[in-house]
Design a binder for this molecule. Sequence first.
Ligand SMILES: Nc1ncnc2c1ncn2[C@@H]1O[C@H](COP(=O)(O)OP(=O)(O)O)[C@@H](O)[C@H]1O
Ligand SMILES: [Mg+2]
Length: 254
Amino acid sequence: MGQPAESAPVLVQVREMTKEFVQGARSLRVLEGIDLVLHRGEMVAIIGASGAGKSTLLHCLGTLDLPTDGEILFDGVDIVQLPPPQLARFRNESIGFVFQFHHLLPEFSAVENVMMPAMIGRVPQREARARAEAMLEAVGMSHRLRHRPGELSGGEQQRVAIARALVMRPKLLLADEPTGNLDTRTSEEVHALMFRLNEEHGITMLVVTHNLDLAHRFPRVIRMADGHLIGDTTGDRAREDDARAREADAAAAP
Ligand SMILES: Nc1ncnc2c1ncn2[C@@H]1O[C@H](COP(=O)(O)OP(=O)(O)O)[C@@H](O)[C@H]1O
Ligand SMILES: [Mg+2]
């Protein structure tokens, strides 16, 4: 796990995906010609400037939004075509989301927040609680089960959000700048946690990050610009590309 899993089975295959937002009489094309394959157990970082389409790509992959065109095959099934009830069930069971801001419910404790997707998925309450406690232990939060989000640090809140995203044991974790709101050291810890969860549970993860140092620790890094995938490479190659780009920038500076 954690290695470029080219030989592992395909989990997700995106074909010729586009996404347009209609604004009045105009339509804005935000994703264009996206072709992407994710293998089981892969750890993939997505980088690219603000506005490149990273969040939109994640929303479409996670079925929070529908693409305008194209296919998203998940275990061979085109999820774009699923009727709404099946789509909701698919999302609940197969996809975990972590966002930049934790979006935990403030009136509920850590364990209640983590139980939520399981309750929505009609897991019996006792089992939902047991799963939530086990997941909180896996993210190092078993000493804060009854704390509310407001009583937790930023890093702890993200750990709880990760536990919530994983409580249904999804096949794919989509994380949109999960450490964008954290200090450097806490970001490192949260990234280390994601790598450990990938290794121990084999969860496939697609993680948007603006932090190039963290991105380059991923075995695979995808680069986006203006709604296109413009690079898809290993961490090592991406690091070399970056070093070259920085050298070129430095050489061009007055
Ligand atoms: N709901 C929306 N309606 C219209 N335009 C949108 C919407 N969501 C995003 N966009 C536009 O799509 C582009 C890509 O946005 P986004 O996917 O959030 O980029 P990133 O996450 O890479 O910063 C931006 O130009 C943004 O303004
Ligand atoms: Mg974004």
